[in-house]
Ligand binder design. Structure first.
Ligand code: ZN
Ligand code: ZN
Length: 373
């Protein structure tokens, strides 16, 4: 798995224990997707409306695929939400999926990218080369791709090592967990979007009324899209039906990403769209219930972390991650998985600190104790 740009958390490292059984008000509407998931196969290309389709583009890792949404546009041509993971297998799935609906890659006029992760933006460069389409993303995520080191393996590795050192890792652990620049060579090919789209703007997809909803948290520039004509809500990785999206601190990222995420969840949870179309897993109904579940999950996790700090005061994020419950024994965690777990722990620490629940010592690697009130 490519460590660059934080791909999805490996399933074994997920902290989510919020299965569908707990969310009685969440109804699976993508039943073909759900059946395929249980059968461990790729779901079919599906026609969702007269002029809207989903194409599953396979990817490495436990999430298996990203759903690319395809819109037929007034005046001809196609628009996309996300482009999929960059691999020959992914490219074949996307182009064959388009062929199955009577179209081709040259018909694509533009692609809206929910966020910078390589399972969403990976094929953007190939799509743009083959079609001349524009690629649009929120400026906060473009800034991460486009900054010095955003696409430079050496600088990327250096920044990741510095991040882990600042969380309390030894240099040996940090260097072995992050790995070598050669392992993240693919970030050189990351496509830099040529259009920006911000909160509240209507996407340039004629015939559709897709409004961008800035939902920072999973990444600083994550976007959902609310389609005002059909009542459909394209959720990206912000709200998924089965798993909790990974919320972690990142080098040069937001200072308090979990606070951002919970605010973004609350904001979209005030609406109840007809259907939620996420980037992974399956379509569902019941956005409000699902956002409540996700928020409750993080509050439980924050409570667990507070308890760990009470029992083990004066520890770093690196040490505290080892006191939390993970879906497999902590000693079995290694390399990239440990990075996700530690940066996720740090995101929870930062929210506890900004709420005044815990106090950190200064640099280089803060240690944490409960605040005496
Ligand atoms: Zn993502
Ligand atoms: Zn994703």
């Amino acid at each position: 798995m490519v460590a660059a740009h934080r791909p999805e958390l490996p399933e074994g490292a997920r902290t989510g224990r919020t299965g569908l059984a707990e969310c009685r008000d969440v109804e699976i509407s993508g039943s073909a997707q759900h059946e395929a998931w249980q059968a461990r196969t790729l779901p079919p290309v599906e026609q969702l409306r007269a002029d809207l389709w989903s194409i599953p583009v396979p990817m490495s890792g436990p999430l298996r695929y990203v759903s690319v949404y395809v819109f037929a546009l007034d005046g001809g041509g196609l628009g996309l939400i996300d482009t999929g993971w960059n691999s020959d297998e992914g490219w074949t799935a996307l182009t064959e999926g388009l062929a199955s609906i009577g179209a081709g890659i040259a018909d694509v006029r533009g692609a809206l990218i929910t966020h910078m992760h390589p399972d969403h933006n990976g094929l953007s460069g190939r799509v743009r080369e083959a079609s001349g389409a524009w690629i649009a993303m929120h400026p906060a995520d473009v800034a991460i791709i486009d900054r010095p080191g955003g696409r430079d393996p050496e600088q990327f590795v250096r920044r990741q090592v510095e991040l882990l050192l600042a969380l309390g890792a030894s240099r040996a652990d940090a260097e072995s967990d992050v790995g070598r620049p050669e392992e993240v060579e693919t970030i050189r090919r990351t496509a830099v979007p040529d259009r920006l789209i911000e909160d509240g703007e209507l996407a340039d997809l004629p015939g559709w009324s897709l409004r961008a909803v800035h939902t920072p948290g999973h990444t600083p520039g994550h976007l959902c899209f609310a389609e005002e004509r059909t009542g459909l809500f394209f959720a990206g990785d912000h709200v998924l039906p089965r798993i909790t999206p990974n919320i972690s601190t990142m080098a040069g990222g937001a200072p308090d990403p979990l606070r951002d995420y919970l605010e973004s969840l609350a904001a979209v949870g005030t609406t109840e769209p007809d259907e939620v179309l996420p980037a992974h897993e399956w379509r569902f109904r019941g956005l409000r219930s699902r956002t409540d579940e996700l928020a409750a999950h993080h509050e439980r996790r924050l409570g667990e972390l507070r308890d760990a700090i009470r029992a083990n005061p004066g520890r770093t994020a690196w040490q505290l991650a080892g006191y939390l419950t993970w879906s497999r024994p902590w000693e079995q965690y290694e390399r990239h998985m440990r990075i996700f777990a530690v940066t996720e722990t740090d995101a929870h620490l930062r929210l506890l600190a900004s709420r005044g629940d815990i106090t950190g010592t200064g640099s280089p690697a803060p240690t944490w104790t409960l605040t005496v009130r």
